[in-house]
Ligand binder design. Structure first.
Ligand SMILES: O=C(O)[C@@H](CO)OP(=O)(O)O
Length: 216
């Protein structure tokens, strides 16, 4: 049965990691939060206290799970792991800094930065097209399951980039014009088959966050 009531989703990028500070691409590499990231997760949890959430979904990568665990314990919720909320698989770019990636693989880097939707990173990487499709499906499934409710999703910068474009009708290839700070709050809503943006990059509970892809 279809539920036409609105589903409101609060999306949160995980807290900071050491690799975020080094501008080193993680993708599916399982890097934990650093001390700043753990404090950001706690700050987000305190900020959200008093909000009623029906469920909490998290990417199954450690940096998201640690962030979700901090929030979950303030809300009496279990965090449900959802592998479709993982970061994009960056193939052979994983483990490199942006500068190393550009220097070692200039043509691949150019296609990456140009947001070429069909370009998949060598070594099992995903194309932007396939990555967006999995994120769209994951969000649509959550919205279908939670009509009339609000839910929390803890995920990654790349997933937030796709969610913002989905909610604003912005093309995948368009340059990014919005920030994606660690542990900021971002709200989107689904109703009657459409998405809309309610609020973005609220980091009033944080200080000095790093943006995703600082030079994008
Ligand atoms: O994978 C990464 O290193 C970055 C890049 O977008 O994403 P996040 O830190 O949000 O996982």
């Amino acid at each position: 049965m279809t539920n036409n009531s609105a589903c409101r989703i609060c999306l949160i990028r995980h807290g900071e990691t050491a690799w975020n500070t080094e501008r080193r691409l993680q993708g599916h590499i399982d890097v934990p939060l650093n001390d700043t990231g753990l404090a950001q997760a706690e700050a987000a949890a305190r900020r959200l206290a008093g909000q009623g959430f029906a469920a909490l979904y998290s990417s199954d990568l450690q940096r998201a799970r640690q962030t979700a665990a901090a929030i979950a314990c303030h809300h009496g919720l279990g965090a449900e792991p959802e592998h479709r909320l993982r970061e994009r698989h960056y193939g052979l770019f994983q483990g490199l800094t942006y500068e190393e990636a550009e220097h070692r693989h200039p043509e691949l880097y150019r296609r990456f930065k140009a947001r070429d939707a069909t370009f998949a990173f060598p070594e099992s990487g995903e194309s932007l097209h396939d990555f967006a499709a999995r994120v769209h499906t994951a969000l649509a499934d959550i919205a279908r399951r939670h009509g009339g409710e609000q839910v929390l999703v803890v995920t990654h910068g790349g997933v937030l980039d796709i969610a913002h474009r989905l909610a604003t009708g912005t093309a995948l290839a368009a340059p990014r014009t919005f920030p994606i700070p660690n542990a900021a709050l971002n709200w989107i809503e689904h109703q009657d088959g459409s998405w809309r943006l309610l609020a973005w990059a609220d980091e009033s509970h944080l200080r000095g966050s790093l943006d995703e892809l600082p030079n994008a």
